[in-house]
Design a protein around this ligand. Structure first.
Ligand SMILES: Cc1cc2nc3c(=O)[nH]c(=O)nc-3n(C[C@H](O)[C@H](O)[C@H](O)COP(=O)(O)O)c2cc1C
Length: 184
């Protein structure tokens, strides 16, 4: 049982790989939202006990998947009592296009966290945007508000971009660092 929980949906396994890379460095518990938009048994209890919740979803049609949105709507129950108030929050999204409207998805995750009165942490990562930068550099997709990764549309989950997985690992370290600061 970890005090960091990654609650995420992944339709085809790509976003799951990112979630696993974040978990590897943050020590987070993975909480996958299933194809029907439901959590596994004990999922809501794990979220209630967590000190940090990391939200993850692929970007579908410029926003979160409907399964993630079903989870978000169901979180109106803890919202009523502000049960997640002052927990750390962070978010990530994976999509096929370099831009792909991923920022809309991250904005949605941020708004969800603020409805719950959570404390949002970004990536804390500088962009890799020099002439010499490559896809395998840290934060080549260059997102500060949350983790963005870009999986080519014809790539399998086993062909994730190495730089994205490395960036996800750094994001996991950032979440762990932010939680340590919050705990004081
Ligand atoms: C219904 C649907 C809508 C999509 N919309 C977008 C989009 O708006 N932008 C984008 O860059 N990729 C889009 N994609 C591509 C996915 O984001 C991409 O394949 C991602 O890796 C899927 O992650 P998953 O395997 O975790 O479901 C879409 C894919 C699907 C199936």
């Amino acid at each position: 049982m970890s005090d960091i929980v990654i609650v995420f949906h992944s339709g085809y396994g790509h976003t799951r790989k990112i979630a696993e890379a974040i978990a590897a460095t943050s020590g987070a518990q993975l909480l996958p939202i299933d194809a029907d938009g439901d959590l596994p048994a004990g999922g809501w209890e794990a979220l209630a006990a967590a000190k940090a919740i990391v939200f993850g979803t692929p970007t579908y049609m410029g926003g979160p998947s409907w399964q993630f949105k079903k989870f978000a709507d169901a979180s109106s129950k803890p919202w009523y009592t502000q049960a997640w108030r002052n927990k750390l929050a962070a978010g990530f999204t994976n999509s096929a296009s370099m831009n792909g409207d991923k920022l809309s998805t991250l904005h949605y995750l941020f708004t969800l966290s603020q409805q719950h009165s959570m404390l949002w942490a970004g990536t804390g990562l500088m962009p890799s945007n020099a002439k010499s930068s490559t896809r395998d550099d840290i934060n080549y997709v260059a997102s500060s508000s949350g983790l963005m990764t870009t999986t080519p549309s014809d790539a399998s989950p086993d062909e994730m971009v190495a730089g994205d997985l490395a960036t996800a690992a750094r994001f996991g370290e950032r979440v762990r660092e932010a939680l340590a600061l919050l705990k004081g």
